[in-house]
Write a protein that binds this ligand. Structure first.
Ligand SMILES: [Zn+2]
Length: 198
């Protein structure tokens, strides 16, 4: 197999782009998350069941990572690849879906988290899953120990109950945080903004 180490990522991107023209394949420059790969990786997204082997082989010869299009999305802010389908029991989404209809990766969210925090605020159906330290934004963890929801006895905390209690007490600015994702349970906590701290 011919090696392609002498090509720059930009040249590989160009090659790949020409190769897949008019095919249902997307070529993406870089993974959004360093836990998935580097910014220099080139990724091809497709339903590979529908793509001829000769094409996927050529892409692999260019050292392009082939990923399944139903497991990945493209960040609408930085155009890098985001894994949206869990690949383990511990998977925490490193992206969010903006109400305007955009997928935003963790790196882009961390840079400017205002919309994300506003979306999470007093929302019992969503929780923070990304590396944002709420302390930096004036929130305080109300839980000495994480709440637990799961299959084990006693793991029956319900965010909706906490939500009802807090809103009935007049609180409006709190955020649910996913502390741990496991096969059989989720641990989570509630953070309250200091403006509402009694
Ligand atoms: Zn991004």
């Amino acid at each position: 197999m011919e090696k392609v180490f002498n090509l720059t990522p930009a040249e590989i991107f160009e090659h790949a782009f020409k190769l897949v023209q008019e095919m249902d394949i997307q070529i993406i420059a870089g993974y959004a998350s360093s836990s998935e790969g580097s910014e220099d990786d080139i990724i091809a997204l497709a339903n590979w069941n529908n793509i001829d082997d000769s094409v996927s082989n050529q892409l692999e010869e260019l050292e392009i990572n082939l990923e399944w299009s139903d497991e990945w999305r493209i960040c609408d802010a930085c155009n890098r690849a985001i894994r949206t389908n869990p690949d383990s029991y511990h998977f925490k989404p490193q992206y969010w879906f903006h109400p305007d209809g955009a997928y935003i990766c963790e790196a882009c969210t961390v840079e400017d988290p205002d919309d994300y925090l506003e979306y999470l605020q007093s929302n019992p159906h969503a929780c923070l899953t990304m590396s944002i330290n709420l302390k930096d934004y004036g929130y305080r963890n109300l839980n000495a120990n994480s709440c637990e929801t799961g299959f084990h006895p006693g793991q029956n905390d319900d965010p909706r109950t906490i939500y009802n209690e807090l809103t009935e007490a007049g609180f409006e600015n709190f955020i649910f945080v996913l502390d741990e994702q496991s096969q059989f349970y989720q641990k989570w906590s509630v953070w309250l903004h200091e403006n509402e701290d009694a």
